[in-house]
Design a protein around this ligand. Sequence first.
Ligand code: SF4
Length: 331
Amino acid sequence: MREGDVCKKATVAMNSSGIGPLALRHPEKAHRPDNPIPRKPDWLRVKAPGSPEYQATRRLMREHALNTVCEEAGCPNIGECWKQRHATVMILGRVCTRACTFCNVATGRPDLLDPHEPARVAEAVAALGLSHIVVTSVDRDDLDDGGAEHFARTIGSIRAKAPGTTIEVLTPDFLHKAGALETVVAAKPDVFNHNLETVPRLYAEVRPGARYFHSLRLLDQVKRLDPAMFTKSGIMVGLGEDKTEVLQVMDDLRAADVDFLTIGQYLQPSIKHHAITRFVTPEEFQSYRSLALGKGFLLVSASPLTRSSYHAGEDFARLRAARAARLAAAS
Ligand code: SF4
């Protein structure tokens, strides 16, 4: 999970001892040392949300009792995306069983599984009239299948209720959940996304519950199970990586035949989260994009505000067109 940005409510309300709303939301982070949040450069400033369309999307999510990663992660793009009625639904509850140091999604004891959630997601997708939907989830290490069956049921419900909508899943890593990946792939989402989030050297600190090569193998396995399925992955920059390491991640993803790469700026949700080491300039993002395209990705989105679900609908159309063009050129 990513999309992180400042959770203003939690940050403002927390005192210096770490006791306060943030400690409740992220109990495992309460005793971490403070990391002051640097001022954002101009290129990361966005308008506050509030358009009538934004309000309508918000109402619809409330009416269907759905969680979104847009809100839970405090995504900076929410004003723009929700204005276009594009929200990323977060299934399997609001509480994550991992404790990634970059992420603003609440951690702790997970919610009970709601068997009616897949149907509500489908109803909301139909009501929004979406051409493309992204469905993600919290990590559910407590469930035998990691939530795979719930993902599959959600895909099935959307197909039944909104057959014209293409579906992108952004899944957890299903570590130690035999058969989980196969269950999700068999449900035939149009795009299978799993984010590597950062370079391997930083995993122990940034994604302590995850394994870089397991995540990479997961993406590789999707292509082996269904060679026609589009695969996608993303990383954040500004966590302490260097350029050589980013290029190595690109090579690893191409070796796993991943089609689409996203690269965005990490934004620190609170003083208890992983420190931002630097703001990568728009020119450097442009350079990453060119280098990644040169390595053979079908599509690359790299910009300060890129998030894995940002402009996902338009990008899916581009992805299909890029594959068709490449196949035509090869024939
Ligand atoms: S970029 Fe993704 S998470 Fe952020 S607001 Fe848009 S849809 Fe939601």
